[in-house]
Design a protein around this ligand. Sequence first.
Ligand code: MLT
Length: 412
Amino acid sequence: MAFLNDNYLKLKAGYLFPEIGRRVKAFCDTHPEAAKRLIRCGIGDVTEPLPPAVVAAMHQAVDEMASRETFKGYGPEQGYEWLRRAIAENDFRARGLDVADDEIFVSDGSKCDCGNILDILGGKNKIAISDPVYPVYVDTNVMAGHTGDANDAGAYAKLVYLPCKPANGFIPAPPKKHVDVIYLCSPNNPTGAAATREQLEAWVKYALEHKAVILFDAAYEAYITDPAIPHSIYEIPGARECAIEFRSFSKNGGFTGTRCAFIVVPKSLNAYTKTGEAKPLHPLWARRMTTKFNGVSYIVQRGAEALYSPEGKAQVKALIGHYLGNAEVLRKGAKKAGLKVFGGVNAPYIWVRTPKGVTSWQAFDKILADANVVITPGSGFGSKGEGYFRISAFNSRANAEEVARRLQELKW
Ligand code: MLT
């Protein structure tokens, strides 16, 4: 008899985005006319093509694969040295941050990295999670057996939930009690809030005092417009001793379909054995990568490298400008529609309060049925997301303008 992983049976409904996809498909199947004018602002998937510098680099890489002299087989599991150098140099050392090339590990996505990192952390950690939160942090901990069962509101026993509300600007302060692992996402998915230097300093101080590890998800870093907001946790002194940073090329370079991301594991970051002995996490992650991963394709890594060329940087800037322009249009549209709006300034997500008495899923159904627009119900991100919905700014400008217009036409 083969036993299954019981932890999977604790998971609530399906993963949020497939569930939305299922509902949207059901609606489209029964409303073919409305389906023709459907605009998707649900999942945060980019819509604009890859930057030309990336396309050129990938074409060249394909040509190299076509000849015996330049063909590449297996690459280094942690990423090619030239990409790790380009990342460390441009994203960190150019900003005065101390990150070595071999502290960068290139991967096929931040979602995978966020889940996989649990391989090198113990099973007894007390885990703190913001609420609302990117569902992957919660679900991967459930799968790994780090939680108890969920209650009716969807909250899992053993997790420490940190409420994110307008009163704290949707960025939680460190808890009074002890936790061992902390997930922070800034700029935040789903609320669009970005943590200030002071807020991150408080977290680093807490993590150092508690010998905790911060898992800092900075996948939306490129959207920061406020010069006072830190782009990396390593801007905070002490973070090299307590934080792993997750970055992605999905939302800056448009790699959601192409797949490339990286994490930074500082060599000075320790975690503890059962007997309390400090051990660096870096060799564990290197061991995990070399055992379970064969690296991102050469062609894709050459494409990612091109994002750091002068042309690539200019093209990324234009892409981000485009999506942030959409965010502005959507924010203004939702405000004019009389809705209370958060985020969308340092992030491609707009976090909107539902009208009084309307739940997140009721708002989802209404906006789908009457405006033929797909949004994401806030409650899908956690119980404190109830009463909100998220609009993604990843779209064409014409669609963003149309969504802004349709929101204003809605009668609640
Ligand atoms: C989202 O919509 O929250 C994102 O697309 C999720 C992701 O990047 O995996």
